[in-house]
Ligand binder design. Structure first.
Ligand code: NAD
Length: 579
């Protein structure tokens, strides 16, 4: 890393101290470029005077300009490309825009539009953002990491593109996911973007359409699996740790079921890693359940939970719910008995064929059953959680039945996108006379019942979890991510839901408060880490909140002027001219 120039003014911006960039080169650098917001003095001092039109805009006016352009686009994919172009041009402005209205921009930089973008990544791809690692790099991954310009990386989001959202195998086009996720690390959690690295492990694709597409940007062969795959993964994990340190956070994202659980088990105690599809989902769903308990007024262990689906999401939620019940004082074996699962072959019961070890522990003594309506009637669950991506699986009959044996039935239709939701918010509230405690994976509009009551469905979005978790872990230099962290996170999120929110049907805090929620999660994680001796950053900061806030990325431009330089008076006069 270059050292700051001798005699550089102490108040010079950090970014400038670490770069020798000046002139045209500076304008092409997204982390330094301010476009028309460069002042006259900066333009002169940095040798860019004349390279920009003679107009000076504030950052707020620049935001308005972007919004105007944003509104002129006709499709969400065009809006996505506009924002990605901005990220490549002027990073601070990109995040200023995102944070100006996170609810509006999140569906563009992340789901659902990012899914569309991944499907069209051959067209949407502009400039490289992140690292592409392939099996051909075996034995050289460490060297490849050195190609990335930043030497301080604190968080990585990695995918192999095999299970992108609900869209399946998108191979190398899945790179849109780590890019989008890390944008939310910054926009929602305040992580510094220059310390985040998106990674695509391109091991091929089994998607025939992509293999035959001349615009496909990835390796054109079937996925490598088995030993060759595992060796690449092992080398990647080790190379990251060697280069960026043992506390570099590695988030696994959108790996297929078989690899997701296996890799989590393999690496969780060896590296600083978590899987968002399993653990992030679990945390946000548990947060919804904990908020629901404030309505039902009982304990989680008083409930019988039935999952429609037994994949990454269902098993992650179930495992965390068991932990929550244990914390209430219920023994693990008893807690497990409160959880039932249905997969594509029906109710998971003891002795049934095709049960993985993860599913096995939720297999109870019971007759085999296939039909969900029959299963619901037989088991009479108090909570029904849909995570099988089977749209409409919670039929009208099921919703009515849930209302018939529960005063306040908990019904979460978490499958994405909207057409995969197990039921609509409208059906759920209407068919349960407004008694259902409802949450969904995709957003639903408010529902007005005929009696005049209006409900605002809660959206169990993982974005409530991962930015705050990452900020906390990275700030205090934790080396392992325990399951406990996701339980704590769920508690913090649930505590942010006010009484009024609950009365309105909301189980999550408003998205507009996401930055505050992330900060609170980070502070709690850091407090616990010092208490449990799992933090490695020393000396221990006394005021944890102030410590976290001091780490947070600012979207405001830095001044590039140094004290050591003074401009001729004549040059300064020009600045008073208005354009
Ligand atoms: P997965 O592929 O790991 O699991 C899907 C499960 O559904 C499998 O167990 C499969 O057997 C089961 N299934 C398939 N067809 C079925 C049927 N007809 N009846 C019963 N079960 C059936 O996928 P996942 O990662 O667990 O995600 C599942 C869904 O949950 C997706 O739609 C995803 O978008 C959604 N999800 C939502 C959130 C959220 O809201 N925060 C987070 C993660 C996942």
């Amino acid at each position: 890393m270059p050292t700051p120039p001798m005699g550089a003014a102490v108040n010079a911006p950090q970014s400038l101290l670490w770069t020798s960039r000046k002139g045209y080169d500076l304008l092409r650098h997204p982390q330094l470029n301010k476009g028309l917001a460069f002042t006259l003095e900066e333009r002169q001092q940095l040798n860019i005077q004349g390279l920009l039109p003679p107009c000076f805009l504030t950052q707020d006016v620049q935001v308005l300009r972007i919004l105007k352009n944003f509104d002129r686009q006709t499709t969400d994919l065009d809006r996505y490309i506009l924002l990605m172009d901005l990220q490549d041009r002027n990073e601070k402005l990109f995040y200023k825009v995102l944070t100006s209205d996170i609810g509006r921009f999140m569906p563009i930089v992340y789901t659902p539009t990012v899914g569309l973008a991944c499907q069209q990544y051959g067209i949407a791809f502009r400039r490289p953002r992140g690292l592409f690692i392939t099996p051909h790099d075996r034995g050289h991954v460490a060297t490849l990491l050195k190609s990335w310009p930043a030497s301080v990386i604190k968080a990585i989001v990695v995918t192999d593109g095999e299970r992108i959202l609900g869209l399946g195998d998108l191979g190398c086009h899945g790179m849109g996911i780590p890019v989008g996720k890390l944008a939310l690390y910054t926009a929602c959690g305040g992580m510094k973007p220059q310390e985040c690295l998106p990674v695509m492990l391109d091991v091929g694709t089994d998607n025939e359409v992509l293999l035959n597409d001349p615009l496909y940007i990835g390796l054109k062969h079937k996925r490598i699996r088995g030993q060759a795959y595992d060796e690449l993964l092992d080398e990647f994990m080790q190379a990251v740790t060697n280069r960026y340190g043992r506390n570099c956070l590695i988030q696994f994202e959108d790996f297929a079921n078989t690899n997701a659980f296996r890799l989590l088990e393999k690496y969780r105690n060896k590296y600083c890693t978590f899987n968002d599809d399993i653990q992030g989902t679990a945390s946000v769903a548990l947060a919804g359940l904990l908020a629901a308990l404030r309505i039902t007024g009982n304990k989680l262990s008083d409930h019988k939970i039935l999952f429609q689906g037994a994949g990454e999401a269902a098993l992650g939620i179930a495992n965390l719910a068991v932990m929550a019940m244990e914390k209430e004082g219920t023994r693990k074996e008893e807690a497990i008995k409160k959880i039932w699962m249905v997969d594509s072959k029906g109710l998971i019961v003891k002795g049934r064929a095709s049960l993985t070890s993860e599913k096995q522990q939720y297999a109870h003594q019971h007759e085999e059953m296939k039909n969900l309506e029959d299963i619901v009637r037989k088991l009479k669950p108090t909570a029904l959680i849909g995570v099988a991506a089977v749209g409409g699986a919670f039929t009208k009959q099921i919703l009515k039945d849930m209302a018939s044996f529960n005063k306040r039935p908990i019904i979460f239709a978490l499958s994405n996108p909207t057409n995969k939701a197990e039921c609509s918010a409208e059906d759920c509230y209407n068919l349960t006379e407004g008694r259902a405690i409802f949450a969904s994976g995709s957003p639903f509009d408010p529902v007005k019942l005929s009696d005049g009551r209006t409900f605002f469905p809660g959206q169990g979005n993982n974005v409530y979890v991962f930015p705050g978790v990452a900020l906390g872990i990275v700030s205090c230099g934790m080396r392992h991510i325990s399951e406990e962290i996701f339980h704590t996170t769920a508690e913090v999120i649930a505590q942010q839901v006010s009484k009024q929110h609950l009365e309105e049907g909301r189980l999550y805090p408003p998205l507009t408060t996401i930055h505050d929620v992330s900060l609170k999660i980070a502070v709690k994680i850091v407090e616990d880490a010092y208490r449990n001796n799992t933090a490695t950053f020393y000396p221990e900061p006394e005021d944890k909140e102030a410590f976290i806030r001091s780490q947070v990325y600012s979207t405001d431009y830095e001044s590039f002027l140094t004290d050591s330089y003074s401009w001729p008076k004549e040059a300064m006069k020009i600045q008073s001219i208005t354009f």
